[in-house]
Write a protein that binds this ligand. Structure first.
Ligand code: V47
Length: 377
């Protein structure tokens, strides 16, 4: 039997032309994006997203063994979306010493990690030299671990404080040992929304320009989108289109990660948390619009392991990793655990009928015994 490429029935007739385009491998438009967000027909949208996902990754779901490290929660930005950042004098503020960062990196887990994911607040006193020393120290102690470090926002702040250009700052970080960059801080690019949820952060345009420069000098990165606050369908589609445009230009994005806003303990606490429906829908729409992104990640910390597992059939091909010590979402009321064992990730993936494939940060397969791993290039 030939493979079925179009859904047998669309509950929402407006999706039919989109289904035709997806079946033909054609690029979707801004207006298609609005139709997708406006439609309640999540089964048809999921079917189409799954089709694209299986074209790109077959039956594989990727995961990694990683550790998050947040060297400081001191942050000058005071974004309304955030429950993690603290003023310097806040009793709950912390800043690790270099020794503490290096010790944290090596602590608390028996499974050898292949990635450190390191982000933190915009600290008014920590210098670029301090961060470069932190990176060099990590590389010396853990030469086999990939360093996915600093959001575009942190790079923008370090550049400003050091009186360097973005390019110079990125080179300094790369030379110190940064291997790639996480996707945080993108939020929603439109300024109307940014002014309310994160008014002291770099602009959307600056985020995109920093990513462009990182890709140009050979640092690949991820990209995120924060949804479920004050943004509307147009804002989300605009965000995805801007990412797609930049990816056409640089090819430097590895994974897209939609992030659900968690309102607890933030100044936007009055906003209701996102629904499972919205979480699944954002995965699926992203998979359909971002045709040039190799991967879409359902970050289990943010969506819960259960929804992240279901998302593996609605467009996602990645579930993130063991994580070990998540702080940003847990300060904002996340009720998930702060880490999952490798065995539990394998179980979730297999129970979704997918084939687990351990990857490194750049999606090269990893082979391991318990205590060590090898990247299979
Ligand atoms: O940039 C902050 C978001 C991001 C809240 O690249 C919040 O592999 C929800 O970017 N509710 C940081 N979200 C996390 C991030 C990330 C996570 C996992 C993997 C990768 C990757 C990147 O978290 C921030 C912001 O968008 N955030 N506060 C909150 N209250």
């Amino acid at each position: 039997m030939p493979p079925v490429t179009k859904p047998p029935i669309c509950d929402d007739r407006r999706l039919e032309p989109i289904a035709e385009k997806v079946a033909a491998g054609e690029r979707l438009s801004y207006d298609d994006g609005l139709v997708l967000y406006g439609s309640p027909d999540i089964l048809t949208i999921g079917y189409l997203a799954n089709l694209v996902r299986e074209r790109k990754s077959g039956n594989v779901t990727y995961f990694n063994v990683n550790r998050h490290i947040n060297p400081t929660n001191v942050c000058v930005a005071a974004c309304k979306l955030c429950a993690f950042g603290r003023q310097v004098r806040d009793p709950k503020a912390y800043t690790m010493s270099l020794e503490e960062v290096w010790r944290t990196a090596g602590s608390g887990y028996t499974e050898a990690v292949s990635e450190f994911h390191i982000v933190g607040g915009l600290h008014p006193e920590l210098s670029l030299d301090w961060y470069c020393e932190m990176i060099r120290g990590l590389k010396e102690r853990f030469p086999q671990v990939h360093l996915k470090v600093f959001t575009m926002v942190e790079v923008g702040y370090l550049a400003r404080r050091s009186h360097l250009t973005i390019e110079e700052t990125l080179w300094r970080l790369k030379e110190a040992g940064v291997d790639s960059m996480p996707g945080g801080g993108a939020e929603i690019f439109i300024e109307r929304v940014r002014r309310i949820i994160c008014d002291h952060k770099i602009t959307g345009e600056e985020w995109l320009n920093t990513a462009r420069m990182a890709h140009r000098i050979g640092l690949q990165s991820n990209a995120t989108m924060l949804y479920g606050h004050i943004e509307n369908d147009e804002d989300r589609v605009d965000h995805l289109m801007k990412l797609r445009e930049l990816q056409d230009e640089t090819g430097g994005f590895v994974t897209f990660i939609p992030l659900a806003f968690h309102p607890a303990n933030t100044p936007l606490e009055h906003i209701s948390p996102t629904t499972g429906f919205a979480d699944i829908k954002n995965i699926a729409v992203a998979r359909l619009l971002l045709d040039n992104f190799p991967h879409v990640k359902a970050y289990w910390i943010m969506m819960t392991p259960k929804i992240a597992q279901v998302a593996q059939r609605f467009g996602a091909d990645d579930i993130d990793g063991t994580v070990v010590e998540e702080k940003i979402y847990h300060d904002a009321g996340a009720t998930t655990t702060q880490s999952l064992r490798r065995a539990e990730l394998l179980r979730l993936i297999r129970k979704a009928g997918r084939e687990p494939l351990e990857r490194d940060t750049l999606y090269r397969p990893v082979s391991r015994n318990e205590a060590t791993f090898t990247v299979l290039v």
